[in-house]
Design a protein around this ligand. Structure first.
Ligand SMILES: *Cc1c(COP(=O)(O)O)cnc(C)c1O
Length: 395
């Protein structure tokens, strides 16, 4: 932790976001890019000491790096974690958690509503290594706990809000599970809206590619938790090599400074868009944690400080309606990410979730007419006008 004075813990997250992660800045105001892949030791003894310490940011870039370490410290502060480890992507973080903590003969409990590549990793890769996985409906209270096999389940994997329909997992119940390590993919919420560690959950994962870096110009992941668990994950991560690039970590630090105000603005816009969709005859159902009609509205009120910028909805006209709607959009762009300045639309069945079986799609609540929107930072009136004209043929 040397060189990383924590920002005063009493400060609000907005203040922490502006000031955190400057441990290797010297007198520079903005985050500093350290691109060097290796660092020079003072002498024989120093070289020996560096080789035995996996956490020193000034040794070798696959282990750590000053810019990456600054990003990790900023994330740890925002999550209220003892430590964080950054990765080359969100999937780098997810796969390191799974492969660092599970061995042949172990069992994982995961929810059926997951980011598609996390699901494929659990479903297709884990069995090759002798790791069994059970999938449960993450929205059913007690479902995770009921699937835990004593002495065998080592990991419980949750995502909340979950892809793509914003299903929520009760973090109080998840955090109360004893025995296995619990992990939440909190990408959709960001640490501004939700801090799973406060509920007793062991690890929190983010695709920082999304809202945290926030400008669609970095691929980056991070996992936060206790020093003990992160040390274990770090040890595996150094061998697996999915190390965060200092350039992407710099963009992560750049993004964190404006993360709170971006999430607030995206929430405001998404609230207006969700209300418009809910009153539109073409949308037979709208899923947004800020809407009273969300099936878990009370839980959303309890554990999300902000409902965020993502909305899903089902078009009554199915696949054809979704294709027509998406083709007619002029301002909203067809791209697969989320959480950035540009408002983006995806059609899960034919893109992000195209690899899933019909039964798996049904378990995740994904229909042919399901559309996901990530609200960006454009003016809300312009977005609503674009969405409305694209929906017009159905009115
Ligand atoms: C994008 C995403 C991931 C994967 O992150 P990458 O940075 O693309 O590897 C994992 N989980 C969620 C919820 C995501 O949205």
């Amino acid at each position: 932790m040397t060189g990383h004075p924590a920002v005063e813990p009493a400060y609000d997250a907005r203040t922490v976001a502006v000031r955190a992660g400057r441990g290797h800045n010297d007198t520079a105001l903005a985050p500093v890019l350290w691109s060097s892949s290796a660092f020079v030791a003072d002498g024989f003894d120093h070289a020996r000491q560096l080789a035995g310490d996996t956490t020193d940011p000034k040794f070798y870039g696959r282990n750590s790096n000053p810019t990456v370490a600054d990003f990790e410290h900023a994330m740890a502060e925002l999550e209220g974690a003892e430590a964080s480890r950054a990765f080359a992507s969100g999937m780098g973080a997810v796969s390191a958690v799974v492969l660092a903590l599970c061995s042949a003969g172990d069992h994982i409990v995961a929810q059926s509503q997951l980011y598609s590549h996390t699901q494929v990793l659990l479903q297709a890769v884990c069995p090759r290594f002798g790791i069994d996985v059970s999938f449960v409906d993450g929205t059913v209270p007690g479902a995770f706990e009921a699937a835990v096999v004593p002495q065998k389940t080592t990991l419980v994997v949750a995502e909340s809000p979950a892809n793509p329909k914003l299903a929520l997992v009760d973090l109080d119940l998840l955090g109360a599970i004893k025995g296995p390590v619990t992990v939440v993919d909190s990408t959709f919420a960001t640490p501004i809206a939700q801090r799973p560690l406060e509920y007793g959950v062991d690890l929190v994962v983010h695709s920082a590619t999304k809202a945290i870096a926030g400008h669609n110009d970095a691929i980056l992941g991070v996992v936060s938790g206790s020093e003990e668990l992160i040390a274990w994950i770090r040890g595996f991560a150094i061998l697996a090599g999915a190390t965060a690039s200092p350039f992407d970590a710099l963009n992560g630090l750049r993004g964190i400074r404006t993360l709170p105000i971006r999430v607030e603005q995206q929430t405001e816009t998404a609230t207006a868009v969700a209300a418009m969709l809910e009153s539109h005859p073409a949308a037979k159902a709208v899923f947004y944690p800020g809407l009273e009609s969300h099936p878990q509205y009370e839980l959303a009120q309890r554990q999300l400080d902000l409902p965020g910028g993502l909305i899903a909805f089902d078009l009554a006209g199915g696949l054809e309606a979704a294709a027509g709607f998406i083709d007619r959009l002029r301002l909203v762009q067809r791209a697969t990410s989320l959480g950035g300045p540009e408002t983006l639309v995806t059609h899960p069945v034919t893109t992000t979730h195209a690899g899933l079986l019909p039964s798996e799609l049904a378990a995740a609540g994904i229909e042919d007419g399901t559309v996901r929107i990530s609200c960006g930072l454009e003016h809300e009136d312009d977005l609503i006008a674009d969405l409305t004209q694209a929906l017009a043929p159905f009115s």
